[in-house]
Design a protein around this ligand. Structure first.
Ligand SMILES: [Fe+2]
Length: 231
């Protein structure tokens, strides 16, 4: 299997390129517009054919590459069915499985960070990895104070949905700010400081107390991302 993790430093965003082998169909998850040339180079040099570009949710901190990748590769743009982005060509529902040339990706509706966030489980019959967007981060979780975010829903998505995956399932989030590149469900169940040993009410209080500034790019990124990153 081909698995590539790309990092965009301005917004600390991780992007994932997946395929079952060289010369096969590929998908990309949470691509950043400014990095499009890098993705296209990797796709070309690995002899891949990009068939789907997925955003886990409408990002507020960077502009998506969905539109640019669609224009240059004719891939299908994918988001969950709660997305308000009119430009998306395929909307997946909760539990739906995407089949990509030897790979399966199960969509799971995991609101909380936003009201339209989805996670994607790789090969759900024997889960290998889960791409969590911003709902579950490494030793953290995505803020819940805008874009329809809700701390109680965030708890439910993490504890009552993602944490039901096997402990060894690798967790690949859309961001990390401390240099971690991956985690696992078991690690997060045991060591995520906002969740481990906490009640739902305690989690809600933690999230309500964060008082974070809005992302610098929010006013530009959200409208641009509702148009697949076309400015
Ligand atoms: Fe986000």
């Amino acid at each position: 299997m081909i698995f590539r993790q790309f990092f965009e430093a301005d917004s600390s965003t991780y992007t994932y390129l997946l395929a079952s082998g060289f010369g096969r169909e590929a998908i990309i998850i949470d691509p950043v517009k400014s990095q499009t040339p890098t993705y296209l180079q990797a796709i070309r040099e690995l002899d891949l054919r990009l068939v789907q570009a997925i955003d886990t949710h409408t990002h507020a901190d960077h502009i998506t590459a969905l539109g640019d990748l669609r224009d240059s590769t004719a891939c299908v743009t994918v988001m969950g069915d709660r997305s308000k982005a009119a430009c998306v060509s395929l909307r997946v529902g909760d539990g739906e499985i995407l089949h990509i040339d030897g790979l399966e990706l199960q969509a799971r509706y995991t609101p909380g960070h936003t009201d339209e966030s989805f996670s994607f489980v790789l090969n759900p019959k024997l889960p290998q990895a889960v791409f969590t967007g911003d709902v579950l981060l490494i030793r953290g979780s995505g803020r819940t104070d805008f874009q329809g975010g809700d701390p109680a829903e965030s708890w439910s998505s993490i504890v009552e949905n993602l944490f039901l995956l096997p402990d060894e399932t690798t967790v690949y989030p859309a961001h990390d700010y401390k240099g971690w590149s991956a985690s696992s469900i078991g690690e997060e169940r045991r060591h995520n400081p906002r969740i481990a040993g906490k009640s739902k009410a305690e989690y809600v209080a933690i999230m309500r107390g964060l008082q974070l500034p809005n992302p610098q790019m929010m006013d530009i990124a959200v409208p641009a991302n509702l148009a697949c990153g076309q400015l």
